[in-house]
Design a protein around this ligand. Sequence first.
Ligand SMILES: Cc1ncc(COP(=O)(O)O)c(C=O)c1O
Length: 377
Amino acid sequence: MQTLWGHGISMPPKVLIPLMPSLPPLLRPAIRAIEPEKWNLQRRPDLLELQFGENQEPLSENVLRAIADSGRTANYYSGLQDELVNTIATSKGVRPDHITITNGTDEAFRLISGVFIEPGDVCLLFVPTYPAIKPSVKMMGGTIHPLALGPDHQLPSLEDLRPHLTPQTKMIYLANPNLPVGNLMANLDQIRALLELPLIVVVDECYVEISQWSAYELVNQYPNLIITRTFSKTYGLAGLRIGYLLAHAETTAILSFVKVSIDSFIPSTSMAAAIAALKDEAHLAHTLARVATAKQTLNAGLRALGLTVWDTLTTHTLVDVSPAGFTAPAFVEKLRGNGVLVKTCDVYDCEEPGWVFFGIPPLDRVDWVLGRVKDCM
Ligand SMILES: Cc1ncc(COP(=O)(O)O)c(C=O)c1O
């Protein structure tokens, strides 16, 4: 029987989906070409899970109330879209006609690829990086061309990029801050230079509330710029799958038209929660302060144990465990035996043998996590 790779985080590490012999000829070649990313994630509620870098601080009472209240109107298709757009516009200082609401960044990538990628098109990205755009490009028949980041994990210069630009190059993706290093990999001038090329430039601003850096001021000038943002991380709503795009009004009109035509409604609970989260600025400030303190304490403790640690602009920390004589997989396994689930950086196309991705624990668990790491040494 023929098989197709599938992956599901609840089915570690990978599951082969058996296919009836009559099915493969019916599949689009682009679907057959999708390979599973190396997420290697497990769900283990019995351990402290620090694999995703989501914000583990509690949601505000206002958000919890909005989620509960939204249940009362769950029998209707949601009508909160305009309110969410206006709340984002006020909260983030952006224009309503620059906003497209999405079901999180994954869906945003699918929307962007669906609008712009044709079979044969190429998307450039710079590794190591966050990989989720890859399947969306491949699903449309495009291919991914990974290029190595330049020195200090920065975007390569335009001169270094030029030989890789072909008539097929349709899109460039960059996460700013990037993963797993958690640094800003490009400044506004570098992004502007990319935008002068006849390409779509996708800038992933997943951690904008921490990095305080945005390419938004370029949106009005460059219709080929699309910024992705999410409520998954700093707002702590990863499970509700909600985010938004920022782009030129003309680009937004196309993206919103396609989104609404194909996938008309965003879940009302997700939108209600996002609106309440945006309005609760005090809670965001409180959460960001706790995440920063937890990260500082964790980093200092890991450094005191002789490990190399990066100062990230995200909700995770990056640790090199090789100074302690570990490879990343050996360390991850040992720490799992001690009750904490972290992950290697394979999924980011990272070749550093000792790099380990740590989500930031809740502030009140940091000392416990440090104790578990110490037990591994
Ligand atoms: C750079 C980056 N973009 C996007 C996401 C995920 O966002 P979403 O939950 O909205 O799909 C992550 C999550 O780790 C990320 O690190």
